[in-house]
Design a protein around this ligand. Structure first.
Ligand code: BDP
Length: 716
């Protein structure tokens, strides 16, 4: 081989090795560097015994074999019976022998159907580690949990874990269209290759299911909430069935979005009125047809009478009529309706933030028991920061499902490094005060505040067919973190970041510490350089890329950023207190009082609830104008610091991912400055004040920023 050919060959190999790292997500199974831990694992994991033979058991076995041999550098012996000691034994409750049944008897009473037990036990006086649960999927969760312990180099010597998910629907919402474009998708096209399905099963479907199972996600809505009825035709259902078959052994159920007007569009009916018997029967027949080929079909997610989507109101009916009609269609098969509360209307002059509550709160207790109402975390729309949605504290008789957005529609797309579990945790820890102090959103969601049979958390997916799945290597952490929080809404974001970094990159403390800090501050950084102090929805309209606080020419008032910030000569902010739209009254009394009063309203939400003067004194002693300008600058500085942190990680990260993140952080820095400069120049017209010391002056004019256009911004 000539040296040039050798060089290209070498490049190819190292590129694919590195690209594979990106693709492998948090399931890298790096060789363990810590000798003491590696030898502890080796002595405890001499053999693997599978007590099951299902497709799911086979996945568990393969996963353990690959994970353990990659991490330890040698293959453990796979045994067909339990003999000797220091084996890793796994299997579902019904497959355990009587000795093991006895050992785990009381643990089984502590877990639900998806929970697992991992324990070091003495079986006939021999030390073994056992992973068990009530069925094979639960065992698979235990297997991934065990491998995660190894990936994070935790001791397994006297392992004793009993764990179970706190919510029952842990689901990704894909806003994927049938032409494979993804609404608000920034990581390529849809994974679902409808044209080649059902006969061609892309390896990616399997890898997708595996990644989800590894973090406990058990459902996927394949299609966009802005739905296309064609997905419900036999031609497409056959394709959906093929996907469901791939996902089933991983414990993942398939759901679809239901276009409310489907009975007209594909059923040939004259109406989609939910009170019309023919319509109700059409849905019943449709459900029967689906369940015939997908017996464990999860159900429907519905966006109705929202942003132009059809719904029951087109026929003078309401959300309850619509949801219950669909609920009756899927109930005989155990299906669920996830009905979205994301509604606001151009005909309603009321504060947009109040509309979903005004419409849905009176329906409390009126839905069938297989309906769960899906509520976005905030009352407007997935902003970098929003106070929690007031519906969470106001519908005790209705199961409410959280809807988070993992894809970064309003948070810099897949170019900005923003660790979202910080945002998710802030929401889940918020106090609704529904039953006094301690009534957190996590408790509403997991059904512990007001008991409900159905509980759940949905995340709008950030996954596409990019090689690295999510566009930004660090956006993988948001998928990961979403799954972990859906399993346990009380998990700390710091623990999630720690696990993810170790599993994805390295266990070296010199890497973990600074990079974890970087992740944990990244959410506050984006708030600072985009929408500090409670500002919101001042992104450029339509695509939501970059700043556009000046936009005021759109037909619907609430589509204009000026509607949200209300900057004028006197000050800035949306008065949602008693003196304004009184949106604060939608919160339970204790919360209402806090938000309503300028003195007690958290400064992070100040301009969400209050219109305050430019000279208003912040807690820091700064005027509002100076404080706001300093926040914008702080955000920019934080990104600079992120770049600085990353520049020191070269020796811990493969060159490709190092370079990717380096380039992305450079874009983020550029865009953070763009945000700061554009917003401050714009607001300065109203405040009429100079920038305080420490805030850099823009090198461009406001006119320049206003002239920027992005007709092909992705995801729109
Ligand atoms: C907004 C998005 C829009 C979605 C809508 C929704 O801009 O693309 O269709 O929410 O959630 O965030 O229905």
């Amino acid at each position: 081989m000539t040296s040039l050919r050798f060089f290209f060959w070498f490049l190819l190999i190292s590129f694919s090795a590195s690209a594979q790292k990106d693709y492998k997500l948090w399931l890298q199974y790096h060789k363990i560097q810590n000798a003491a831990i590696a030898s502890e694992y080796k002595s405890n994991l001499q053999g693997i015994v599978s007590l099951g033979s299902s497709a799911t058991s086979k996945i568990s076995l393969t996963e353990l074999e690959t994970g353990i041999s990659d991490m330890l550098g040698n293959k453990p012996e796979v045994k067909s019976v339990i003999n000797g000691e220091n084996n890793l034994i796994f299997g579902a409750q019904t497959n355990l022998n009587s000795d093991l049944q006895k050992i785990f008897q009381s643990d089984f009473t502590q877990i639900n159907n998806e929970g697992f037990i991992i324990k070091s036990v003495l079986l006939k006086n021999k030390k073994q580690i056992v992973i068990t649960g009530k069925n094979d999927v639960a065992v698979l969760y235990g297997v991934y949990s065990f491998l995660r312990l190894m990936q994070t180099n935790k001791s397994i010597k006297s392992i004793n874990i009993v764990d179970a998910p706190k919510t029952n629907i842990r689901i990704l919402n894909h806003w994927d269209n049938l032409d494979r474009t993804v609404e608000r998708g920034y990581a390529g096209f849809s994974l679902w290759n409808w044209q080649k399905l059902p006969d061609f099963i892309d390896q990616r479907y399997i890898d997708y299911a595996r990644a989800n199972a590894s973090i406990g996600i058990n459902g996927t809505v394949l299609t966009n909430v802005n739905a296309n009825a064609l997905i419900l035709t036999p031609q497409y259902l056959e394709k959906v069935t093929a996907l469901a078959n791939v996902f089933r052994p991983y414990g993942i159920k398939v759901y679809l979005t239901a276009r409310f007007s489907a009975p007209i569009e594909i059923g040939g009916l004259k109406t989609a009125d939910p009170k019309d018997t023919e319509v109700a029967n059409w849905w019943k027949e449709k459900a029967k047809e689906i369940y015939k080929s997908i017996p464990d079909f999860g159900g429907f997610l519905v966006k109705a009478n929202s942003e132009g989507q059809p719904g029951p109101q087109n026929y003078g009916r309401d959300h309850v009529d619509g949801a219950n009609m669909l609920a009756d269609a899927v109930a005989p098969f155990g299906g669920v309706i996830m009905w979205r509360a994301f509604v606001y209307s151009e005909h309603d002059a009321n504060d947009r933030a109040k509309q979903a509550y005004a419409e849905f709160q009176p329906y409390d207790g009126k839905f069938r028991d297989n309906v769960i109402v899906q509520v976005k975390n905030g009352a407007i729309d997935f902003q970098p920061r929003e106070p929690f949605h007031p519906l969470f504290g106001a519908m005790p008789k209705t199961p409410l499902m959280m809807e988070f957005q993992i894809t970064q529609e309003y948070l810099g797309f897949s170019t900005h490094l923003v660790f979202l579990p910080k945002l998710f945790q802030e929401v889940l820890e918020s106090e609704t005060y529904q039953k006094g102090k301690g009534s957190t959103i996590a408790k509403v969601i997991d059904g512990s505040l007001n008991p409900h049979k159905l509980t759940g958390i949905a995340g709008v997916s950030n996954i596409g067919n990019d090689l690295n799945w999510t566009g930004h290597p660090f956006a993988q952490a948001n998928w990961y973190g979403f799954g972990r929080l859906a399993w346990n809404p009380y998990l700390d974001a710091e623990i999630i970041a720690d696990e993810w970094l170790r599993a994805t990159f390295s266990n070296d403390e010199n890497f973990i510490k600074p990079v974890k800090d970087m992740m944990l501050t990244s959410r506050e950084a984006v708030v600072n350089y985009m929408t500090p102090l409670g500002l919101h929805h001042i992104m450029d309209t339509g695509h939501h890329y970059g700043p556009g606080p000046w936009v005021s020419n759109l037909s619907r008032p609430e589509w204009n950023p000026t509607y949200y910030h209300k900057a004028d000569k006197n000050g800035i902010g949306f008065d949602r207190s008693k003196t304004g739209t009184n949106a604060t009254a939608q919160y339970a009394a204790e919360g209402e009082k806090i938000f309503d009063n300028l003195e007690t309203c958290p400064e992070k939400d100040l301009l969400w609830f209050h219109h305050v003067s430019w000279d208003y004194k912040l807690k820091s002693g700064q005027t509002l104008w100076n404080g706001m300008a300093l926040k914008y600058q702080e955000g920019v500085n934080q990104v600079k610091e992120m770049q600085n942190t990353w520049s020191k990680t070269k020796k811990y990260v493969d060159s490709e991912r190092y370079k990717e993140v380096e380039m992305l952080l450079a874009i983020q820095y550029k865009e953070a400055k763009w945000w700061r400069d554009a917003c401050l120049l714009y607001f300065q017209q109203y405040s009429g004040k100079e920038l305080p010391v420490g805030v850099e002056k823009s090198t461009q004019t406001l006119e320049y920023f206003k002239s920027l256009k992005f007709p092909f911004a992705p995801g729109n």
